[in-house]
Design a protein around this ligand. Structure first.
Ligand code: N5H
Length: 256
């Protein structure tokens, strides 16, 4: 069955470059005929995101949005509401933690570092859903990205693991609140993928190697595989799924 998202608008938050998982999701949605809106933070990413978006087939535009600002979120979603009318889905692909807190002992996490990771990586989903709510279609689908380190200890993931645990719980509470509007909220737990976010992070290569050796599929997963899963969750094929965490990790989470 072909997924057709023509005449539907999806907001993709968090493309940083062509390796971003968000970009894999955007390409999958574009191929299904969707209209796309990209949000980015920081002038540094504006041109990259605009240039990438311009390679797509379908309608698209790009907007700045700092997820730590309610005012910015409201402004961005009001603009999207005005320009596009209804929003049929949001791909929330945003996370941040101080690099020096992604190694060593979790115990050394600072209060500021903890709150920063929670603010950008977890609360931003709730804040975005709140700002988007007036414009969400009655079958809209929100998808966020999580990681195994929120479910169990993963070396070096530290403060980000605790933020993902908070994000995972947010998915369930938001699924409940928005479910009465017909809106679904789900998370994709992706296996490790070499993105800009992962760049320069200690131990990343070992995590990739561990996947190749021990995941049931004996390999890592691609940006495209996460993209096609997001496309499924955004489509009517997933109309009965909400509050779910779908692992796209070659089965790695099943091993103990
Ligand atoms: C167990 C691991 C490896 C260790 C932990 C990695 C955590 C990565 C997530 C966060 C979001 C990375 C991060 O915030 C890096 C920043 O401090 C510095 N980088 C940047 O500012 C770049 C320029 C921008 C684009 O990045 C962001 N985030 O804004 C986990 C890995 C095996 C899997 C993984 C890499 C998971 C994940 O959550 O991304």
């Amino acid at each position: 069955m072909q997924i057709d998202l023509s005449n539907r608008t999806y907001v993709v938050m968090g493309v940083a470059n062509k390796r971003s998982i968000a970009w894999g999701i955007a390409r999958a949605l574009d191929q299904a005929g969707a209209s796309l809106v990209f949000t980015y933070v920081g002038e540094r990413f504006e041109k990259t995101v605009q240039d990438l978006a311009d390679t797509l087939n379908g309608d698209h535009y790009v907007l700045p949005c700092d997820v730590t600002s309610d005012e910015d979120l409201e402004k961005a979603f009001n603009t999207i509401g005005e320009k596009s009318g209804t929003i049929h889905g949001i791909a929330h692909c945003v996370a941040f933690a101080n690099k020096d807190e992604l190694e060593g002992e979790y115990l050394n996490t600072t209060r500021d570092g903890f709150l920063l990771a929670q603010n950008i990586s977890a609360y931003s989903l709730t804040a975005a859903a709140k700002a988007a709510r007036p414009f969400l279609a009655d079958d809209a689908s929100i998808v966020t990205l999580t990681y195994l380190g929120g479910e169990r200890y993963v070396k070096n993931y530290n403060v980000m693991g605790v933020a993902k645990a908070s994000l995972d719980a947010s998915v369930k509470y938001l699924a409940h609140d928005l479910g009465k509007d017909g809106v679904r909220v789900n998370a994709i737990s992706a296996g490790p993928i070499r993105t800009l976010s992962a760049k320069g992070i200690g131990g990343f290569n070992e995590v990739l190697k561990e996947m190749e050796e021990h995941a049931p599929l004996k390999r890592t997963v691609s940006q495209e595989e996460v993209g096609s899963t997001a496309l499924f969750l955004m489509s009517g094929l997933a109309s009965g799924i909400t509050g779910e965490m779908l692992h796209v990790d070659g089965g790695y989470h099943t091993i103990g």
